[in-house]
Design a binder for this molecule. Structure first.
Ligand SMILES: Nc1ncnc2c1ncn2[C@@H]1O[C@H](COP(=O)(O)OP(=O)(O)OP(=O)(O)O)[C@@H](O)[C@H]1O
Length: 619
């Protein structure tokens, strides 16, 4: 059974399951509809209304591309930022440039050649270096899609086509072809003079990205072009340190051996320099209240402070977006909750719980809240961005984990739960989709909407619609529950990581509920004795007999599964989990209004949620 059956609206899984049929020579290409939409694809005639555009963008956010009729002009200017301009007719030059992006996206080298041909367009031709709102050029688009003939046409017919333009994430076309594993396009760009050592906003070179995504053929070719393998990204990692794949590690080691490169020695020299280069000035700000519509000051933030780059995930009450804070260029995950949905169902207390818990719990394995603010229609949480995606994505991609990897995540999640329980908070929504991996691959708990006491009844209704597989027996029986529910769900998490599906799984909902209550727990023979025992003890149906009921985390930590674990080391984040394969992130065009609601209504306070605004002292 595929893991995609288990969760709702999991966009990252769509990346995984949607395979391209394009003519690339590459290894597995995980491009999805969602990625394709990254290029702002609302194609419409200039005469159509903005409503139409909103509709097409809605399509793009749910992952389908609106091919729309009309003049096939790609609309790329966010109306809120450039309202007058979006209404004004495009100049001839702009139309040509839009048509160029459009042709690049549609893999039409013939149209590209026409658009760049002076003999057809007399005075004006398209400008191959024109950039959309996210600094994306036609070459970025074609390189990312793997359209070699389009790249060739842009390079051959364009006037001085820039080879290394940088998009909003400071990625060049070569970065994009490498992140998607397009060998032929990468070769073409390199032959034309692209910079093989260019660094993006995270300091990654094309080699870092190819290594991270695991494209062996591409990596082997890149190494024949003598890239600087000693370059470190902003985490201080060279490309070889961005993977746990032994084959890739050996290929790079062999390259170093043949070229007399001592990565260790180079690393020591470089690390100080890198840290200096990327050091951010810390800002001290106090917790404060911001009325919607007030001009943000003293570190308080509002909608216009964040540029929206991409959809990261969807939940029951809204979406999570990748955003970039305009002044610092820092990336964050922005969770958006729709007030009408949560207030309509009287669920505001869940939203407040999430904001409150996140604002005072600071822990190495709990996602950090940096800011929260509101508009008349929505509530916003600005969280640390965890680029490894959620564990659901990783499990569906890798089917299951080995015991070593699963143990690291379990140790980290256990410490996060311990911290919550010490504060009398029950997480109660533990499942792979609610654990995200940070840039070093550590597990971080996210989604505190259901945490804490006193929200049980209505949450049950919601949970039943969503993920029955992650309900403890006492939740199904509606007996009331305590902290032990989290220990049961820790067992479910460990089981799913090792087996690839949650325990008792059945596609039939009623059967699944029955299995959870009385089915036999099937444990693969391949699991070690202590793992099997821990699973049985954690998934003990009677909460009174369950491991962790008497002495909470202390009792769980004493189980023989954890023999040899030094909890201090775990807490200091010194256990090194494998680097996760990252879901691909590409800048997307998502209109401001779509995310923030009607900005002209910002001053309207009738719907304001008191006490929502927050600025972390560390932000
Ligand atoms: N900090 C983050 N960094 C990166 N991705 C994130 C982050 N937080 C959430 N996500 C992504 O967004 C998805 C949805 O987030 P979250 O679970 O918080 O939303 P939700 O609306 O509360 O969902 P649910 O319906 O499970 O309650 C996650 O599964 C994850 O893929």
């Amino acid at each position: 059974m595929e893991r995609k059956d288990l969760s709702k609206n999991n966009l990252s899984e769509r990346e995984l399951t949607t395979k391209t049929t394009q003519n690339s020579t590459e290894e597995e290409d995980t491009k999805s509809d969602l990625d394709k939409c990254s290029y702002i694809i609302s194609i419409r005639s200039p005469s159509e209304t903005d409503t139409k555009m909103q509709e097409s963008i809605t399509d793009s956010m749910t992952g389908s591309i609106n091919e729309g009729a009309g003049s096939m002009v790609a609309q790329r200017i966010p109306p809120s930022l450039n309202a007058d301009r979006s209404k004004a007719p495009l100049t001839k030059e702009e139309e040509l440039n839009h048509a160029l992006w459009d042709a690049a996206l549609k893999n039409r080298p013939d149209i590209i050649r026409d658009l760049l041909s002076l003999s057809i367009h007399e005075d004006f031709i398209a400008n191959t270096n024109s950039k959309d709102f996210h600094n994306v050029t036609a070459l970025h688009i074609a390189s990312s899609e793997g359209y070699a003939s389009v790249c060739e046409a842009l390079l051959d017919y364009g006037m001085n086509t820039e080879l290394d333009p940088k998009n909003v994430l400071e990625r060049t076309p070569l970065h994009l072809s490498c992140i998607r594993g397009h060998l032929e396009v990468s070769q073409l760009l390199f032959r034309s003079g692209a910079n093989i050592n260019a660094q993006d906003f995270e300091g990654n070179t094309p080699l870092h990205l190819a290594v991270e995504q695991g494209y062996i053929q591409l990596i082997t070719w890149l190494l024949t072009k003598n890239p600087d393998v000693t370059i470190m990204n902003r985490l201080g990692k060279t490309a070889i340190q961005c993977t746990n794949n032994n084959e890739i590690v050996n290929i790079i080691k062999e390259f170093c051996r043949r070229n007399g490169i001592d990565l260790l020695a180079q690393g020591r020299n470089c690390v100080a320099k890198i840290q200096e280069k990327y050091r951010n000035e810390p800002k001290r700000i106090q917790i404060s209240e911001l009325t919607p519509g007030e001009t943000p000051k003293d570190g308080r933030v509002g909608p216009l402070d964040f540029e929206i780059l991409q959809v990261l995930g969807k939940g029951s009450f809204g979406e999570v977006f990748l955003v970039q804070k305009r002044d610092q260029k820092t990336l964050y995950a922005m969770k958006v909750l729709r007030k009408d949905k949560i207030m309509g169902q009287n669920l505001i207390k869940y939203a407040k719980t999430e904001r409150n818990v996140l604002s005072y719990v600071k822990h190495p394995f709990i996602v950090g809240l940096n800011y929260s603010f509101q508009t008349p229609e929505k509530l916003f949480l600005i969280l640390d961005y965890c680029p490894g995606g959620d564990l659901g994505f990783q499990i569906s991609r890798e089917k299951k984990f080995d015991e070593f990897r699963a143990r690291i995540y379990i140790c980290e999640v256990l410490l996060a739960l311990e911290e919550l329980h010490k504060r009398d908070i029950i997480f109660r929504d533990l499942k792979p989709d609610n654990i995200v991996l940070d840039e070093e691959g550590h597990a971080m708990l996210t989604d505190f909407g259901l945490s804490k006491e006193g929200v049980y009844d209505s949450c049950m209704a919601r949970s039943f619609c969503g993920s029955v597989a992650y309900l403890a027996p006492e939740m199904i029986k509606r007996q009331g529950h305590g902290k032990a529910v989290d220990w049961y769900l820790l067992g479910v998490l460990l089981y799913e990581m090792l087996v690839g599906t949650p325990p008792y799984f059945s596609p039939n909902r009623d059967q699944l509920i029955q299995n959870i209550q009385s089915g036999k727990l099937k444990l693969p023979a391949s699991l070690s004795g202590e793992t099997k025992n821990l699973l049985k003890e954690l998934m003990q149906r009677d909460p009174n007999k369950r491991l962790g009921t008497k002495r909470d985390a202390e009792e769980v930590k004493e189980h023989r599964y954890f023999t040899g674990v030094n909890w201090e080391i775990v807490l200091r984040r010194e256990l090194k989990p494998p680097m996760p394969i990252r879901p691909i992130v590409m800048p997307a065009y998502i209109p401001y209004e779509k995310v923030y609601g009607d900005l002209s209504m910002l001053k309207d306070q009738s719907n304001s949620v008191p006490g929502w605004t927050f600025v972390s002292p560390e932000s």
